[in-house]
Design a protein around this ligand. Sequence first.
Ligand code: XMP
Length: 327
Amino acid sequence: DWTDQSIIEDQVARIREQVGDKKLICGLSGGVDSAVAAALVHRAVGDQLTCVFVDHGLLREGERRQVEEDFVGSTGVRLVTVDAVDTFLGELDGVTDPEMKRKIIGREFIRSFEQTAADLVAESREGESGDIEFLVQGTLYPDVVESGGGAGTANIKSHHNVGGLPEDLQFQLVEPLRELFKDEVRAIGRALGLPENIVGRQPFPGPGLGIRIVGAVSAERLAILRRADAIAREELTQAGLDDEIWQCPVVLLADVRSVGVQGDGRTYGHPIVLRPVSSEDAMTADWTRVPFDVLAQISNRITNEVDEVNRVVLDVTSKPPGTIEWE
Ligand code: XMP
């Protein structure tokens, strides 16, 4: 498409002009924005860019592979993956309050990213190939408007993105998506050859599965939720509902137990909540009328394939009054 190509060429020229021969780093979240921003910068300046991906253990099934294999395979970007699973789970141990979870995850995320950035800066100094002076961020136009919005924009939930880096890590920002909306970013991502599982991805919160376990987070609970989530996503995609559904949180009620029966035994497992919503911008939402046979298939598969889950329930609340996420 002509417009996509001209936006890409324009941004490539602007990035080259801004950074010269200096180096950059970019934190990847697995989401669309950071992936497209990184791909654009890579198109402009190649290996002057290093990407950092923090695996906090709260990712969905396949997400790390999508970044490490699909994203890297389609762009050739230099990637450093930080395996921080044990640290995050250790810090989250026993924590049930949603805001506390967000704070811990946000704090640890910045800590991991900062540490890796500092290592990379030190490495690049030793190699005398020039300092890392720039940080790439996937800020979109609506983010710019929202954060400059003044009164009335107070966050009800302390959303975290890769935005909150401390002042003492002194990078200049490169934000090639600042003038774009989400659908334009997706189009550019496709024009840059990024895989559909990244460009077409539905919104997923920064704190990941950590805020989809009602109760304390643990490796065992994450494994249960990750399986159930993968099954739900697979069936919804298969049923052709990805365009109709804005996102579908799958939530584990880890502190609730319900009685079930399987074979000739009584089970005492956990319920899983499906929360499919339709929305324009996540500010308001309605629950999606997913066809009953699709729901039945998801329910059958989850209760058969995921040990510990003996009940699947559907959330039929609009936003407001319910938020999209359960925490
Ligand atoms: P709620 O639950 O407030 O969610 O209706 C609105 C949108 O924001 C996402 N969300 C988050 N995104 N960090 C994020 O990056 C967070 O802490 C967070 N909490 C909610 C949610 O998935 C939905 O798209």
